[in-house]
Design a protein around this ligand. Structure first.
Ligand code: SAM
Length: 283
């Protein structure tokens, strides 16, 4: 019966269907997730359930979100479904995390071997709906490097800052393409995001802060000031920016990629006082 469901199944590249086949990696992920009866696990993109089975054995509650109809049907037949397991067929980007409803004393954790084509949108969504505590994610190696990067390093950018602002990030390990079927062209990495109780630094206006970071990295070869003068509708003047940077002991010819999250926050907190209503009309 189970095999029949997948009889004519062909993995779809456009859905990032590279399934894990190596039991050692599965054990590693489950071990790193440290799943107990006190955990509610949300798995994004369960595929053929290679991780899900182990998750169900250990967790108190399990919610699975998988976009593929056939795979959902297969999972419902193949997995030991009880009251504590829910399989939802939907696009995770349209899924409201608030509906997961994590009652005390369960700890809301996320586990996912993410589909490559929407890794960053999924991570940004998780950072917007911060109702979870930990996320153990398999992502492309390059995305992991961007997230884990520090100021002055090539990969450092918006993603490093947004993730670092909300989460403590741990690198777990690199994973070669051979452990997937079909084999992806890229290598992967496992990382753990632990949501901070409060963001890394104090920011007066997050909408302004993230807009500032975006502009600062808009042209990586330009200096921070030359990028900031293009800040949409704000008409920031070079002289004023030079004065503010010097107050912060930052050189006026610095590039955005050299600024730490703390420095971006301090700059943002000074600049936003000139635009107190910034972002107020944004939903
Ligand atoms: N967890 C399985 C494993 O490790 O073998 C499958 C991982 S595979 C890289 C990604 C899975 O995400 C696929 O099963 C795919 O169908 C599913 N997926 C792709 N886009 C999705 C979306 N927007 N929402 C939910 N699931 C999605």
């Amino acid at each position: 019966m189970n095999n029949n469901i997948l009889l004519n199944f062909r993995p779809r590249k456009k859905l990032g269907q590279n399934f894990l086949t190596d039991r050692n990696i599965v054990f590693k992920i489950l071990k790193e997730a440290n799943i107990t009866e006190q955990d509610l696990i949300l798995e994004i993109g369960a595929g053929k359930g290679i991780l899900t089975k182990g998750i169900i054995e250990k967790a108190g509650r399990v919610v699975v979100v998988e976009i593929d109809k056939i795979l959902c049907l297969y999972l419902k037949n193949y997995l030991p479904i009880t009251d504590k397991v829910k399989i939802i067929q939907t696009d995770f980007l349209k899924f409201n995390l608030d509906t997961v409803n994590c009652e005390n004393p369960l700890k809301f954790k996320i586990i996912a071997n993410l589909p490559y084509y929407i890794t960053t949108p999924i991570i940004l969504k998780l950072l917007k709906q911060r109702v979870w505590e930990e996320a153990l994610l398999m992502v492309q190696k390059e995305v992991a490097q961007r997230i884990l990067s520090s100021p002055g390093v090539k990969d450092y950018g918006r993603l490093s800052i947004i993730v670092g602002y909300y989460c403590d990030v741990k690198f777990i390990s690199y994973v070669p393409p051979e452990v997937f079927s079909p084999r992806p062209v890229v290598s992967s990495a496992i990382i753990k995001l632990i949501l901070r109780k409060k963001p890394l630094v104090y920011v007066k206006n997050e909408i302004f802060f993230f807009a500032l970071v975006k502009v600062a990295f808009s042209k990586r070869r330009k200096t921070l000031i030359n990028n900031l003068v293009t800040f949409h509708n704000l008409s920031l003047k070079k002289e004023m920016l030079c004065t503010i940077l010097s107050r912060l002991n930052i050189s006026s010819d610095i590039r955005g990629e050299k600024l730490s999250i703390e420095q971006f926050a301090r700059l943002s907190n000074i600049l936003v006082d000139f635009f107190p209503n910034y972002g107020l009309n944004t939903g």
